[in-house]
Design a protein around this ligand. Sequence first.
Ligand code: GDP
Length: 529
Amino acid sequence: MENFIEQIDKRRTFAIISHPDAGKTTLTEKLLLYGGAIQQAGIVKGKKGARAAVSDWMEIEKQRGISVTSSVLQFRYNGYCVNILDTPGHQDFSEDTYRTLMAADSAVMVIDAAKGVENQTKKLFKVCTMRGIPIFTFINKMDRDAQNPFDLLEEIEQVLGIETYPMNWPIGSGKEFKGVYDRNKKEILAFQHSGKVGQQQAEKIEAQLGDPGLDELLTKSLHDTLSEDIELLDGAAYEFNLDKVRHGMLTPVFFGSALTNFGVEPFLADFLRLSPPPLPRDSSAGPIDPRREDFSAFVFKIQANMNKAHRDRIAFIRICSGKFERGMDVFHVQGGKKVKLAQGTQLMASEREIVEEAYAGDIIGVFDPGIFSIGDTLTTAKTPFAFAGIPTFAPEHFSRVSQVDTMKRKQFVKGMEQIAQEGAIQIFKELGGGMEEVIVGVVGVLQFEVLEYRLKNEYNVDIRMQNLPYSFIRWIENEDCDPKALNLTSDTRRVEDFKGRKLLLFTNAWSITWAEEHNKELRLSEVGR
Ligand code: GDP
C-alpha cells in the first residue's frame, strides 16, 4: 500500500487545449489506449450518431453532435495516476473550458501541423499563461501535408510568445511520415502499423542516426534531411530548461500523429516525466500544500439535472490537499455549513464509478443539493480558508430575458439563479433592480439556446429574449464607486451582477476609452474577481 505522499506525487492532472478539429479528442483517446484504459480506439467519443460513451448529457449535445460538458478521465500509466480534463472543443463553450483550466496543473496544446496556431488556441493559451502553468505542445497530423517543422516552431514563438524546445523531430511528413527522432535519447523511433490504422498501439523500431540499415527504412534522402535538421537544432538558440517549463515560459514540443498513433507513446512518457505533480494553491490563508492532511477542494464545474425528477446536480471538485473518503463531512466555506460528501463519482474511461477515496490532484464529482457555486471551497481544516476565486470571464453577447407567464415567477427566478450558479450564463440586473427582467450575458451565443431549452424542460418556464446591442463588459474595480456619478456615453449601461459587483456594458470599444478618459479614477477589468 503506497503511502499518502506517494499517492499525491504520482498524480498528473492536465487539460488538453486546441482549436476545434486539431485532434484533441483523438489524442485523448490514444492516451487512453496507451494507458490501457481502453483496448481499442474508436469508442470514447463518436461525433454524430456514433456511441457517445463519455458525455451524453443533453439533447442539444446529441442534436448538434458536440460535447457541451467537460469530463474527467483517469488512468494509470507507468506508475503514474493520470487525470485528463477533457474540455469542450466547441468555441461557444469556451468559458467552461477556461474554468476547467483552473483545475489543471498543466496543459497540453494540440496544434494541427498544417494549420499552425489557430484562433481558439491563442485564447486558451492566454488563460494558461495567466495561471503560469506548464504547457506541452503536441504538433499533430504529421501524417498529412504539414508545414515545415522549423516554421511551426517559429510561429509558436512569434504568435504565442513562448520559447520552444523540440523534444523530438519528425522524420518526413504526409505519406512519408516515418517516425520521430528522440533528441534526448539520440534515437530514431520508426513506426509501423499493425492491424487497422490507429486502433492498436503502433509498433516501433529503435535505431541510431547514421545507422546504414536505416536507409532502407527511411530512404536515404529522409535520413540525410534528418541528420541536417538535427545538426541545425543542436546549434539553435534555446536550451532545455525544466525551470522555464514549470513556469510556462518554455514549451517542450513533440511531433506526431494521433490518428496513426505515431509519436503518442514517447509523448506520453516524456510528458509524465516533465509535468508537475499537484502543487500548492493560493488561498485566503496563503498557499495550501497538497500534502497537508486536511482535505480541501474547490468547485470548478457544476453539471445540472442528471436526473430530471430531482434537481440534482453534480459539482466537480478539484482536490487540492489531503484525501477524500466517501461520506466524509466537510465545511462548505461560502455556505458556512457542514455538508456530507455522500456520493463521489469519477469518470473512468467510459463509465461513471463510485469513488471510495481520492487524493490531492484528483477531480471528482460530488452530489450537490443545489448549494454550491463555481469557485466554492470545501475543507476539513480546523481553521477554514477559501481558495482564490475562479475569475468570471467577459461575456460577449447579451439579451434581456423575461418570463412569458408572470404566474411562473418563482420557477423563473429559481431556474435563472441555478443556471447562473452553474456558470453556464451570467446574469445582471439594473442597479438596485429585481428579477422582473434580467440581462443575460454569455460567452457563446449557443448558450442562449441552452438557457431557453433548460428553462422550458427543467423549470417549465417559457421565456422571451431580446438581443441587446452590447458587446463589451467591464467590472468596476473601485470599491467606493457610484456608477450613477460616472461620466459615460449615452449608450453605456450601468448594471450589477448577483454578487453586487458593479459593471458597465458597452456597445463598442471606443466608449470604453471614453469612459476611462472622462473618469480618471475609474479602474475597469475584463475579469470579475
Ligand atoms: P478535436 O475537435 O480537436 O477534438 O478533433 P478530433 O480529434 O475530433 O479530430 C478532428 C478530425 O481530424 C477527425 O476527423 C480526426 O480523425 C482527424 N485527425 C485527428 N488526428 C489526426 C491525425 O493525426 N492525422 C490525421 N490525418 N487526421 C487526424
